[in-house]
Ligand binder design. Structure first.
Ligand code: PCA
Length: 217
């Protein structure tokens, strides 16, 4: 195996009655690409609480990545949504793809209530805007499988200081939004470009910039 530092970039399989998940479509387009001296490894995770965690842990053990970036579909959101925080909670509104529906259970028992992203979220936001891509900081990754994986990635990063981690939610693809009146969407090429810009910025920015990106609600 090469000694180039690795970025583990994860997407999810379709869930909730969809036949496609834009997160996997986007991350797989970046598999094998080199960014700032790092190699991207794309990994599909099942939209399952237990299964996703098992697969993530095995990949981290095998690849020893220095950056973990999780990507997931957030149907209804209009922009690339850079998550600031993940919480130690599972509260599933719908069953996962294995039929599990945990209510008010921790992701990792005994671990902290929340972790902040350790990727430079403000620098990433500025870089996306500079490329003309719609992006925002989000202060909640929800309480479903995406938050679960975001929390697990940040827990791993907290255990190992050489690892940085974060999560980005993305809108529906146009074809998904076409079936829903008024739903926002983003073209796959823009999402792929945005993820590449975000990762390039993450690699190049060890300490985040102090830029406004807060919310009043
Ligand atoms: N989105 C879901 C789980 C898988 C995905 O792509 C979420 O936001 O939790």
């Amino acid at each position: 195996m090469s000694t180039i530092p690795r970025i583990l970039l994860t997407g999810f399989d379709p869930f909730g009655g969809e036949s496609i998940n834009p997160s996997w479509e986007a991350v797989r387009a970046l598999h094998g690409k080199r960014i700032g001296g790092h190699r991207i490894v794309a990994l599909q995770l099942p939209t399952e609480f237990a299964g996703s965690l098992r697969k993530l842990k095995a990949a981290v053990r095998e690849l020893a990545p220095t950056i973990l970036l999780g990507v997931g579909q957030a149907g209804g959101r209009a922009q690339l949504s850079i998550e600031r925080v993940a919480i130690n909670l599972q509260d599933a509104r719908i069953p996962d793809n294995a039929g599990a529906q945990p209510i008010d259970e921790p992701v990792i028992a005994g671990a902290p209530a929340a972790y902040f992203s350790t990727l430079p979220i403000k620098a990433m936001l500025a870089a996306l805007h500079a490329q003309g891509l719609p992006a925002e900081i989000s202060n909640s990754a929800g309480t479903y499988v995406c938050n679960h994986i975001a929390y697990a990635m940040l827990h791993l990063a907290a255990m190992k200081r050489s690892v940085r981690a974060g999560f980005i939610h993305i809108p529906y693809l146009p074809a998904q939004a076409a079936a829903r009146r008024g739903a926002a969407s983003m073209a796959l090429d823009d999402v792929v470009h945005g993820l590449e810009v975000a990762l390039r910025t993450a690699v190049a920015t060890p300490v985040d910039r102090k830029l406004g990106g807060g919310a009043l609600d």
